[in-house]
Design a protein around this ligand. Structure first.
Ligand code: AG3
Ligand code: MN
Ligand code: MN
Length: 286
């Protein structure tokens, strides 16, 4: 694939497989062009992969060994620094290429700014977009840029895809107005419960795409992210919700975004890597 660098792949103790034979295909999109507070998402995919070195491939509570799961890691997209539109175009094209080679594999995107989520969503065109995020991401534009990370859910809603957002604790008056006009469901981190989650997502049409903006977690777990916010969800709360989705809905792809950092061993990447292993484990069990 011409658009890819493959300078980084998962650093696991077991061999990766080719795209054609894979159950999961991982693509990094190390874009860092519109970050508004803390920089470093360009290192997100690399840091997540490196953090997997710390993890056992065996998942205790699932009795699943990821060493027996077919995973392909195609490396990172060749991004265009500072140009989200061109980078998204390349991302769409790459995911379409992966789909052509293996329509059954679940694409996994590691980011990189949340703006990049538009690429897998546009390529896969699910009926519903379920996102865990501290932020609504529903701005018409931010810093004069409609492709800023703070606008990604808005761009996705314009594709006619239904949206539900969980763990929210930051947004503007205009964004809240937009949720009312467009029937976008959202639950404040403060009012989050598994019951509330199920009530909302049960009604949403399949297939669904899951997006994890890593800043949904409390910032003590994810200090290195573009726009950290206090008061987030806990790890097992998110895992419990994801397990329900994987068991009860048709999940066609997922991403883990907004992981930043400048140092190997960053807590944020360790949180993201653990979640990546859980997601691959729970999908392997269905
Ligand atoms: N989706 C997001 N990550 N949104 C956050 C955008 C940055 C808000 N800064 C607010 C600064 C106000 N002085
Ligand atoms: Mn966010
Ligand atoms: Mn976001």
């Amino acid at each position: 694939m011409e658009l890819l660098y493959t300078y980084e792949t998962l650093k696991l103790e077991f061999p990766m497989t080719e795209i054609e034979k894979a159950d999961f295909v991982i693509l990094g999109i190390p874009f860092d062009g519109t970050t508004s507070y803390k920089p470093g998402t360009r290192f997100g995919p690399t840091l997540i992969r490196q953090a997997t070195l710390n993890l056992e491939s065996y998942i205790l509570d699932y009795d699943i060994d990821l060493a027996e799961v077919r995973i392909a890691d195609v490396g990172d997209l060749a991004i265009v620094a500072g140009n989200p539109v061109e980078t998204i175009k390349r991302g769409i094209k790459t995911i379409e290429e992966i789909r052509k080679l293996n329509p059954k594999a679940i694409p996994i995107v590691l980011g990189g700014e949340h703006s990049m989520t538009y690429a897998p969503v546009k390529a896969l065109m699910p009926k519903s977009y379920i996102v865990f995020d501290a932020h609504l991401d529903l701005r018409e534009q931010y810093e004069e840029n409609p492709w800023n990370h703070a606008c990604v859910a808005r761009r996705i809603s314009e594709l006619g895809i239904e949206i539900a957002e969980f763990g929210i604790r930051s947004g503007t008056k205009e964004e809240v107005k937009y949720t009312k006009e467009r029937g976008i469901h959202w639950v404040h981190a403060r009012h989050y419960s598994f019951e509330r989650f199920k009530e909302i997502v049960r009604e949403l049409p399949d297939p669904i795409y899951i997006s994890i903006d890593i800043d949904v977690f409390d910032l003590s777990m994810v200090p290195s992210t573009g726009t950290p916010e206090a008061g987030g969800l806990g790890f097992w709360e998110v895992v419990e919700a994801l397990e329900w989705l994987v068991r009860n809905k048709e999940v066609v792809g997922f991403d883990i975004m907004e992981v930043a950092g400048m140092e190997l061993g960053d807590v944020t990447a360790l949180t993201a890597a653990k979640l990546l292993f859980y997601l691959m484990g729970m999908i392997s069990m269905r």
